[in-house]
Design a protein around this ligand. Structure first.
Ligand code: WT7
Length: 668
């Protein structure tokens, strides 16, 4: 492999590839090329990332320095001194590069006949009108706009309109309930909330605006609410001078009303996205304009081997980081065609995804293991009736993919031949960090393989011997990369906490490196639970449960679950004389669903007399975790336990729960 080939790759001018690559005529060819690129990226990161950024994005003004690092504070400014705009990079530049009439966004609504397709030109028109409208509502550079919307094109349009103005969007997953939405709006101090009358989900209508109204009483920052009429609900209450329909809002602006892009500094915030932190409060992760966008486009191109005529579909909801990076920003920067689907994989029948693949001839398909597992259960017959031969690359994200799901995905969807790109990353990392490059990296089912070029990942000893390289321990990233978060909104201490333990970025995941240097992710080692690929905070759930007057103490731990990966197991110590019954369980579930959302609903609720505690009164969750996971024989070191007798009762209670026998009796 010549240096010449590497140079042309970095610059994006793909050179001639030998015919034997055939279908694998990929951006990165073979292990050798991967190794050369990795070496080059680590030897001279500025040269590597500078080359990628020049090629992938349009810059109004070039940077003075590729990376300005403040090592002591762990602050990294990528492409310092430059100017660019994300909306320009996702849309405007494609109007003059031959992609004007190319489909940018293909939207499949919940109903089969409900399809909308936006070319780059059409997207431009709509985004400019919305930018004008937001601007007329006094939204300016740096203002925050919350998006509480279903998976409809207006969500993508709103994001790009914000980016055009330089306003910071903060998406809130439409499945979140009251508490989740309130804390995110309050936490971001949004001036405007954009929502819809309702979301459609598995044949049902879920009101959003009506949900939002009581929340807004406690959100003084919000001056306006924009409502997309999506489900045609009657009787949507609109508060005069605060609420406006989306249609009316854009109606004032003509179809040819260009809206100039605000030239943003590369280190201005592009968006804020909340993730569950280790405290009860959601963490507002901030991503930059220049670094994030470079990394989104870079990883979309290399991990998915994106070509110009591909139809690419990432099934993630845009309310999550995966939807931001791989549903919108990555593919649009590359001028690709991205598919957006409003519905769920199993409604009206469990063939929905495969219908879409066949209908739009999807080439690249990116989903989560939990989806694969649920479709696997419905049987192969649903996949067999569709022509899936357009597929070229499959992807997986959100949690480790178990071998059974991997094999099924590979065989039934990939016809036994397609590579599965298992991408490990996080909201904080902005894009994929550990992932194979299709047709270059040898795959091992269940492993996200090796770090991408320029990423130096490692595993540190968990306890005691901090800083020492080891075979299994804490997964860390040792050097900065452009997609890295630029901060935690209004919480510098939280930002610093990511670096305090090892002096470099700590992911919160446990991992193991095998003899070939492959990474095996073992799951979260902090207070997070990964339910169906979504990160939830145990503390957040515990605080909702503890707010119930009958509850003395709550402890929430993960348990293995065959469909969801992990599920939530809640231990509840009740106050004196409170009867243990299903009515209380129901109340507790309702509280969690109302406050956080259905996603956080505990799988099991077990009442206990006492929590296992240290002599200083701290609940030992490690032991509770083992019991919830059925690992009684291996409770670990219990010598620190002040009340070992509590364990016998908890184990017996757990057995009863699994047998489905209701708890009887009251706490004594
Ligand atoms: C956590 C991040 C970024 C995508 C969606 C979730 C887990 C993510 C993998 C993978 C094993 C994975 C980790 C990580 N995770 N991808 N390919 N293999 N685990 O974003 O909510 O920020 O959660 O998801 O535990 O820390 P997130």
């Amino acid at each position: 492999m010549s240096q010449q080939r590497i140079t042309t790759l970095l610059a994006g001018t793909r050179s001639y590839l030998p015919p034997e690559h055939g279908r694998s005529n990929a951006w990165i060819c073979g292990q050798e090329e991967y190794e050369l690129l990795s070496k080059r990226a680590l030897d001279d990161p500025s040269d590597f990332w500078g080359a990628r950024a020049s090629h992938l994005l349009h810059w109004f003004k070039r940077w003075d320095k590729v990376l300005e690092a403040d090592e002591a504070r762990h602050k990294y400014k990528w492409f310092a001194g430059s100017r660019l705009n994300a909306s320009f990079n996702c849309i405007d530049r494609h109007l003059i590069d031959g992609r004007r009439n190319k489909a940018a966004l293909i939207w499949q609504g919940e109903q089969e006949m409900d399809v909308r397709c936006y070319t780059y030109q059409m997207l431009y028109t709509e985004v400019c009108r919305v930018a004008h409208a937001l601007s007329s509502m006094r939204i300016r550079k740096g203002d925050h706009v919350a998006l509480y919307m279903p998976m409809i094109p207006e969500l993508a349009i709103a994001m790009l309109a914000c980016a055009r103005i330089g306003a910071v969007h903060t998406a809130i997953f439409s499945g979140y309930a009251e508490g989740g939405v309130r804390s995110r709006i309050q936490g971001s101090k949004a001036k405007i909330v954009i929502t819809a009358d309702a979301a459609k989900r598995a044949g049902k209508i879920k009101p959003l605006k009506a949900n939002l109204d009581p929340i807004l009483e406690k959100c003084p920052s919000v001056a306006h609410v924009v409502v997309v009429k999506h489900a045609n609900l009657d009787n949507v209450s609109m508060q005069r001078s605060r609420d406006i329909w989306w249609e009316d809002m854009i109606d004032d602006f003509t179809l040819n009303s260009d809206f100039p892009c605000e030239p943003m500094d590369a280190n201005d915030t592009l968006f804020l996205l909340h993730t569950s932190g280790s405290t009860g409060k959601p963490t507002g992760i901030m991503h930059s304009t220049g670094g994030y966008l470079t990394y989104a486009a870079h990883t979309t191109q290399w991990c998915f081997d994106m070509r110009d005529d591909d139809v690419y579909w990432c099934t993630a909801d845009i309310g999550w980081i995966t939807g931001h990076t791989y549903g919108i920003y990555g593919p649009l920067v590359l001028g690709a065609t991205t598919v957006m689907f409003e519905g769920v994989p199993t409604w009206p029948k469990p063939d929905r995804y495969w219908r879409i693949v066949e209908k739009f001839r999807v080439n690249i398909f990116y989903t989560a293991p939990t989806v694969i597992r649920s479709l696997m259960r419905t049987g192969e017959a649903w996949t067999e009736r569709y022509d899936l031969t357009s597929l070229r690359i499959l992807g997986s994200v959100g949690e480790p993919i178990n071998p059974e799901a991997w094999q099924w995905y590979h065989k039934c969807i990939g016809n036994g031949e397609l590579p599965i790109v298992d991408t490990w990353w996080q909201t904080e990392t902005g894009g994929a960090m550990i992932a194979p490059m299709p047709y270059a990296t040898m795959l091992k089912p269940g492993s996200a393989t090796t770090p991408l070029p320029g990423i130096e990942a490692g595993v540190m000893a968990s306890a005691g011997r901090d800083g020492e390289q080891t075979a299994a321990g804490s997964l860390v990233i040792k050097n900065p990369w452009p997609g890295m978060m630029i901060g935690v909104y209004n919480d510098e201490e939280k930002y610093q906490s990511y670096f305090s333990r090892f002096g470099c970025y700590e992911s919160g995941d446990g991992a193991q490196i095998d003899e070939d240097g492959y990474f095996w992710i073992l799951g979260r080692i902090d207070d997070s639970i990964n339910v169906s690929g979504h990160r939830l905070s145990t503390v957040e759930i515990e605080s909702v449960l503890s707010a119930c007057p009958e509850v003395a103490e709550a402890a929430v731990v993960p348990m293995p679950h065959s469909l969801k990966g992990e599920a939530i197991y809640a231990y509840i110590a009740t106050r004196d004389d409170v009867p243990w019954n299903d009515a209380l369980r129901k109340t507790l579930r309702e509280m969690v669903q109302r406050d956080i959302g259905a996603l956080a609903n505990p799988e099991y609720i077990q009442f206990v007399n006492a929590m296992p505690k240290t002599s200083s009164g701290k609940i030992i969750r490690r032991v509770l975790r083992k019991i919830a996971g059925d690992m009684y024989d291996d409770l670990g070191d219990v010598t620190a336990l002040a009340n070992p007798e509590a364990l016998t009762a908890i184990i017996a209670g757990h057995r009863n729960i699994l047998k489905g026998e209701p708890d009887t009796g009251a706490a004594s």
